[in-house]
Design a protein around this ligand. Sequence first.
Ligand code: RM4
Ligand code: MN
Ligand code: MN
Length: 431
Amino acid sequence: MTSVIDAGLVADQNARHHAQLQADYDALGGMLSRRGLDIEQLTALAQTFAVAVPSWGAGTGGTRFARFPGRGEPRNVFEKLEDCAVIHQLTRATPSVSPHFPWDKPTDTAELRETARALGLVFDAVNSNTFQDQQGQDQTYKFGSLTSNSAAVRAQAIAHNIDCIEIGQGIGSKALTVWVGDGANFPGQHNLRGALERYLDSMREIYAALPSDWNVFIEHKLFEPAFYATTIADWGTSFACATELGPKAKCLVDLGHHAPNTNIEMIVARLAQFGKLGGFHFNDSKYGDDDLDSGSINPFQLFLVFNELADAAKREGDAFNPAYMLDQSHNVTDPIESLMSSAVEVQRAFVQSAMVDRVALAGLQEQNDVLEAAQTLKRAFRTDVSPILAMARVRLGAAADPVACYRASGYRDRVAGLRPVKPGASSSGIV
Ligand code: RM4
Ligand code: MN
Ligand code: MN
């Protein structure tokens, strides 16, 4: 495997942290053992954590108003992979990349797979894009794609999704994520029920093209670009469609795709209970689909989501295996720094949720000891597990402090010289 960042530099940086980290780790270990927890077990668990990186997150994002390109941002899928390899090398928590087509469409599928492999990466779910028109395409998605009232538009959108599955097979993916922006901006613009019927008809054709060991993830989103009525706006519609389509169809929860204050952890519990929780797009939001860094606004919510995941895993064992992916847009930070910090924040919630004494919690719930039950969760959430996460990284050969190590490596300066900004570039972000 190619190390993009000099392995010697990582080792030197880690050596600087060694004494301090060991002292913090020992102190935390003592504190946890008084609570009946074994720090070594938690560190081993942390080492198993993995979340996929979105290829599009490696570039600078944008808003409806502007996009301010970052220095040295990747200009094609190969440069995105190189940045993703840095993220994985320094965190050892992001071994896979979720590509988006046609943004990342390869001319040579085998070459793409081999490039990823050489960088120590594999591919996670592939994402289709029928929310933008692409150059040279016959039909426009202006009035919808899979739900369009035009059979020709629907056929084009279906064919694109099937194309994504085919490329995905070539690069080792096992799932297709479908998010459509379809919907209406005005009451009366379309028939609400008719649009969903057309969506299901289109999805049935895509479902029929899935290989036997594949899943399709249906991603719901409250609003935007359809500001009046989004066809797949909520988990209920997503669940109904996944149920209609069959066992390979599952629901994908993007944390940013809900109204503020929505109880997302309860949605997670419901989908897990009925066997339809396909996976996540982790991010955070304050108002809507803000695509902010995971855990940056509401880390307690992220913890509560993982608390439900830990409960589901305990009930269902290995059969419970939702896909973890990040889905963020970085406008004012270095995307590599944001994605590394976000992967660590999700890993933090994963480890904290493992510290909840589920037997004790069930007992407290049985006795209606509300205050102690709430405190049981808070105790885990308040525990700073940073030394566990850092130790897990060091043991895996990653960086004790990924952002500091990345900055010391000078990677951004190096690629800024190699990747001059393309005028009007849009391939690396959402524009
Ligand atoms: C959407 C949604 C999808 C992502 C696009 C780029 O809001 O989150 O997952 O593919 O953005
Ligand atoms: Mn998403
Ligand atoms: Mn989104």
